[in-house]
Design a protein around this ligand. Sequence first.
Ligand code: UFG
Length: 317
Amino acid sequence: MRLLVTGGAGYVGSVVAAQLVESGHEVTVLDDLSTGHEDAVPEGARFVRGSITEAHEALAGVEAVLHFAAKSLVGESVEKPGLYWSHNLGGTLALLDAMREQGVRGIVFSSTAATYGEPERSPILETDPTRPTNPYGASKLAVDTALTAYAGLYGLGAVSLRYFNVAGAYGRYRERHAIETHLIPNVLKVATGERESVSVFGTDYPTDDGTCVRDYVHVADLAVAHLLALEALSLGEHKIYNLGSGAGFSVQEVISVCREVTGHDIPAVLGARRAGDPAVLVASSEKIRRELGWKAERASLRDIVSDAWGALSGKSV
Ligand code: UFG
């Protein structure tokens, strides 16, 4: 298929773009490089530097869009909500309008577990209440709402994938954020010597060891779900799927696996909670398994950390 990947120079977008190219699709990457890296655009993909608000040209001849371009830092979204509403919601509405004008009728959207907010139960089902606790989650939920409306009104075919904690690397493609807030890359940066220690945000949560529990999904498995979602696009329908591996690991468990994988003692400094962190976030990925046949093939935390470490210590892209 001829596909447009917005945000394809970013972490998840570049892995998906690489897998699409490997599967024989014709891929154009649209990215403004505000947080992405041009050298992360896979060989074999066409690159257009630009904003999703000016996607008309890049959309010419395209059959479907995979939409990753977004602002994605929870803390920043609390400080600058307008940035998140304008980029994530405003930008996506402009993209959807351009798609309508160009007759592009399919979209796979990069949504998030942050749409659920503080969950009432675990694992989280797609039918559970969506009560985001920050503007990042709220802006992504607003896009999900718009996609449902556009599917009903204009016959758009849409799939939203709600990621839990994405980690790991795919070959040379790895997480490379200028401001790194995520746990696994921050822990591994201690092992490379870029940081002296890692901070543990909160040790008094109602979990076994008092630290937060998250559902880590390998970026390569996550990417496979996008290819399946593409095949599952159906005009007039908006489908929503959670994407996790179904198992929860605490912050302390993550640090301990990172110590095993790197052989570094990785000093950890126990600190206060980070505002807005739910104690436990674990996905039920039963729906995507049942409907699309997806399952996490690299579900072990050790594999996820090993791949992230291999790419970071080898300093590939
Ligand atoms: N943490 C630390 N120290 C760090 C970084 C993180 O203890 O240096 C803790 C956090 O407090 C949290 C856990 O590690 O308990 C995971 O934190 P991340 O920042 O790696 O990931 P989050 O769970 O906060 O966020 C992820 C995605 C978001 C998405 C959210 C959905 O990165 O984009 O899941 O809830 F919104």
